[in-house]
Design a protein around this ligand. Structure first.
Ligand SMILES: Nc1ncnc2c1ncn2[C@@H]1O[C@H](COP(=O)(O)OP(=O)(O)OP(=O)(O)O)[C@@H](O)[C@H]1O
Length: 607
C-alpha cells in the first residue's frame, strides 16, 4: 500500500490563516474590523507626511505662503494619524490575537485531542512534545494571521517609500532588493531556533513534571518527608539547564545572522543618502526633495525594521504552527483510522465479553494484559482482584474504550467495541477511579459533571450524592451543594475521603449506564465505610440490572468487600488466573483462597 505524501506545511498555511481570521471575526468582530482598517490606513500614513512636508518646504521656498500654510496643516494631520496608528496598531492586534487564541484556538486544541478515541496516543512522546509546545503558544497561533497582514502592510509601505525615493534618484531603487537581506538573515536564524525548541521539548516537559511533583501539595509532601525533594530538584535543575543550553546556543546563532543582514542594508542605505545630498548640493534637486529624502530615510529604517519584525514573527510562529498542524494531522489520521459510527445497544441482555485480549502500553515491553478471555453477563456484578500491577486497571480501561487491545476483541452484545462510536460508548459508561479528579467548582457541579446534560438538575445531583453516602459532606459545607471547592479559589478544601465520595457521587449521575466501573474508588476510606458503600452499589447494580442490564465492574484489593460479587476475576501479572464466585474460588483453594485467607487473618489479628 502506498502511503499518501503529506502536504508541505507552507501549502497548508494560507488555509490556517484564513481559519484564524474567521475565528477572530467570530470571537471579536468589532476589533477585527478595526484592526484591518488600521492596517490599511497605516500603509498611506508615512508617505502622506513625507509628500506634504516636501510640498510645504517647496511652497515656502517659492514664496507661496498660503499653499505652504495649507500643506503644513496637512503635515500636522498626517503626522498625528501616523503617530496614532503606530500606537494603536500593536494594541488592537495584540488584543484581537489574544482573544482569538484563548476563546478560539485553545478550545479547538483541547477538543481535537479529546476527540481521539482512547488515551494511548497521549502516552506517545512525539504527541506529548507537540501538545506541550502548542499549549504554551496558542497566542502565537491566534497572532499568526495578523503577523502576515502586518508583514504585508509593512512591505507595501516599504514599496511606496522606495518608489518615492526612486523618483528622487534611480540609484535608490537598488535599496529594494537589499531590504530583503535582513529578512532572509532573520529567517535563517529562526530555523535554528525552531529546531532547538523541538529538541529541548522533552527536557522542558521533564523539568515541568519534576517541578509540579516537588512543589505540589500531594507529591511534594511525600517528597519532603522521604527527603527525595533535594534530589528531584537537582534533576529538575539539570533538565532545565539542558533545555536552556540548546535554546541559548540557537538564539545566539540567530542573533549573529540578524546582525549581519542589517549591516548589509544599513551600509547600502547610507550610500543612497549620500547620493541625494550631493544632488541637492549641485542644484539638480530641490530643498523639498532633500527634506522628503531625510523624512523617508528616517521612516524607511522603521518600516524595514517593522517588516523584519513582522516577517520574523510570522516565521517564528511556525515553531508553534508546525506542531499545531502536525497535531491536527495526527488527530485527523487517528479519527480516519477509527471511522466507527455504530451506536451502542440501548440495553444489555447478553453482556460484555473479552476474547483473548492482549495489550502492551506504548514504549513498554511486557504486556499489561496477556490473552484475557471472560464473559461478563448482563446485569452482573464482577469483581476484579489481584496484586499491585497485575493489570486490573488496564482491564477496565479497555472495557471503557480508553485503550484498544493490540490483539483480541472486547465485545458488547457480541459486537466488537472497536466498531462502535467511542463517543456513543462513553456516553453509556460511568466510572470512578482511584486517581479521581478534583474539580474545583461548586460541590454540586463537581458531582453534576458526571452527566453534563443534568449538571443543573438539583434532584439528579441530590440523588447521586445520596447514593455515594455523601449527604453529610454536603450538609457540612457552609453553602451546601453551592459551596465553592478548592483553597486556591477561596473555597473549602475537602479531605481525601471527601473528594473520593464526591467522585463516587459523580459516577452515580448517569441513570442508565451499560457499564459501571468502580476502580478502587474507596481506597482512602476505612474498611467498614468501604463495605457500606459497596453494599449500596451492589443494590444499585441489581436495580440497574433489571432495567438496562448494566454490568458493574468493581476493582478492589480488599477481598472481603467484593465477596458478594456474581463473578470474581483473579489477575496475576497480566493474566487471568482464576474465575468463579467467591464460594467456588474458596472451595478450589487456589490463589484467591490463599490471598483471601491471608487478608482475613490480618484483619482478625488487627481487631
Ligand atoms: N500508562 C502506563 N504506561 C506504561 N505502563 C503502565 C501504564 N499503566 C500501567 N502500566 C503497567 O501495566 C501493568 C498493569 O498496571 P495496572 O495499573 O493495570 O495494574 P493494577 O493491577 O491496576 O495495579 P494497582 O493495583 O497498583 O492499581 C503494570 O506493570 C504497570 O506498571
Amino acid at each position: 500500500m502506498t502511503r499518501p505524501i503529506p502536504t508541505p506545511v507552507w501549502r497548508r498555511l494560507p488555509a490556517l490563516w484564513w481559519e484564524v481570521l474567521t475565528l477572530s471575526w467570530r470571537c471579536t468582530p468589532g476589533l477585527t474590523v478595526l484592526a484591518l482598517l488600521v492596517l490599511a490606513l497605516s500603509v498611506v500614513a508615512v508617505p502622506a507626511v513625507a509628500l506634504t512636508l516636501r510640498a510645504t518646504v517647496d511652497a515656502t521656498a517659492a514664496g507661496a505662503s498660503g499653499v505652504a500654510l495649507a500643506c503644513a496643516v496637512g503635515v500636522a494631520v498626517a503626522h498625528a494619524l501616523t503617530s496614532t496608528f503606530q500606537t494603536v496598531t500593536g494594541e488592537v492586534i495584540t488584543t484581537v490575537a489574544d482573544r482569538t487564541g484563548r476563546m478560539g484556538v485553545h478550545p479547538r486544541v483541547h477538543r481535537a485531542i479529546a476527540s481521539v478515541p482512547g488515551i494511548a496516543h497521549l502516552e506517545r512522546g512525539d504527541v506529548l512534545d507537540r501538545v506541550d509546545i502548542v499549549r504554551r503558544g496558542t497566542g502565537q497561533i491566534g497572532r499568526s494571521v495578523w503577523n502576515v497582514l502586518l508583514s504585508a502592510s509593512h512591505v507595501l509601505k516599504l514599496l511606496v517609500t522606495v518608489v518615492l525615493l526612486g523618483a528622487v534618484h534611480p540609484l535608490l531603487l537598488s535599496l529594494i532588493p537589499l531590504a530583503a537581506v535582513p529578512l532572509w538573515a532573520h529567517r535563517r536564524g529562526q530555523v535554528l531556533v525552531r529546531r532547538a525548541e523541538v529538541e529541548g521539548a522533552e527536557n522542558h516537559r521533564l523539568q515541568q513534571d519534576l517541578f509540579e511533583t516537588v512543589a505540589g501539595v500531594t507529591g511534594g509532601g511525600e517528597a519532603r518527608v522521604s527527603g527525595a525533594d533535594t534530589r528531584l530538584d537537582r534533576l529538575r535543575g539539570e533538565a532545565w539547564r539542558a533545555t536552556e543550553r540548546v535554546r541559548f546556543r540557537a538564539r545566539a546563532r540567530a542573533a549573529v545572522w540578524t546582525f549581519a543582514g542589517w549591516l548589509v542594508f544599513v551600509s547600502a542605505f547610507a550610500g543612497g543618502i549620500a547620493v541625494v545630498i550631493v544632488q541637492a548640493a549641485q542644484g539638480t534637486g530641490t530643498v523639498g526633495d532633500l527634506v522628503l529624502t531625510v523624512m523617508l530615510a528616517v521612516s524607511l529604517g522603521q518600516t524595514v525594521r517593522g517588516t523584519v519584525t513582522a516577517t520574523a514573527e510570522t516565521a517564528g510562529a511556525r515553531r508553534v504552527v508546525e506542531p499545531y498542524l502536525w497535531l491536527r494531522g495526527h488527530v485527523a489520521g487517528e479519527l480516519a483510522r477509527e471511522g466507527c459510527t455504530e451506536e451502542p445497544p440501548r440495553s444489555l441482555t447478553e453482556g460484555l465479553a473479552l476474547d483473548r485480549v492482549s495489550f502492551t502500553y506504548p514504549g513498554t515491553e511486557r504486556p499489561a494484559l496477556d490473552g484475557i478471555s471472560a464473559h461478563l453477563p448482563a446485569g452482573s456484578v464482577i469483581a476484579v482482584v489481584g496484586e499491585y500491577g497485575s493489570g486490573k486497571t488496564t482491564l477496565v480501561k479497555l472495557l471503557l474504550g480508553l485503550y484498544r487491545p493490540d490483539a483480541g476483541t472486547v465485545r458488547v452484545e457480541g459486537r466488537d467495541l472497536a466498531d462502535m462510536s467511542t463517543e456513543g460508548w462513553r456516553s453509556r459508561c460511568s466510572a470512578a477511579f482511584q486517581d479521581f479528579g478534583r474539580f474545583e467548582v461548586t460541590f454540586g457541579e463537581t458531582v453534576g459533571l458526571g452527566d453534563l446534560d443534568r449538571i443543573g438538575d438539583p434532584d439528579a445531583v441530590a440523588r447521586a450524592v445520596r447514593e455515594a453516602d455523601a449527604e453529610e459532606i454536603a450538609a457540612g459545607l457552609p453553602e451546601g451543594v453551592h459551596t465553592q471547592l478548592g483553597r486556591r479559589l477561596g473555597g473549602v478544601e475537602l479531605s481525601e475521603g471527601q473528594w473520593q465520595r464526591a467522585a463516587l457521587a459523580r459516577a452515580s449521575m448517569r441513570r442508565d449506564p451499560l457499564l459501571f466501573v468502580l476502580d478502587e474508588p474507596t481506597a482512602s476510606l476505612d474498611a467498614p465505610s468501604e463495605e457500606a458503600i459497596f453494599r449500596r452499589y451492589m443494590e444499585r447494580a441489581r436495580a440497574h440490572a433489571r432495567g438496562t442490564g448494566t454490568v458493574t465492574v468493581v476493582v478492589s484489593h480488599r477481598f472481603s468487600t467484593v465477596a458478594g460479587a456474581d463473578l470474581v476475576l483473579v489477575m496475576e501479572r497480566g493474566r487471568l488466573v482464576e474465575t468463579g464466585t467467591h464460594a467456588e474460588l474458596v472451595a478450589v483453594g487456589g490463589r484467591y483462597a490463599r490471598l483471601y485467607g491471608l487478608q482475613e487473618r490480618a484483619y482478625t489479628a488487627g481487631t
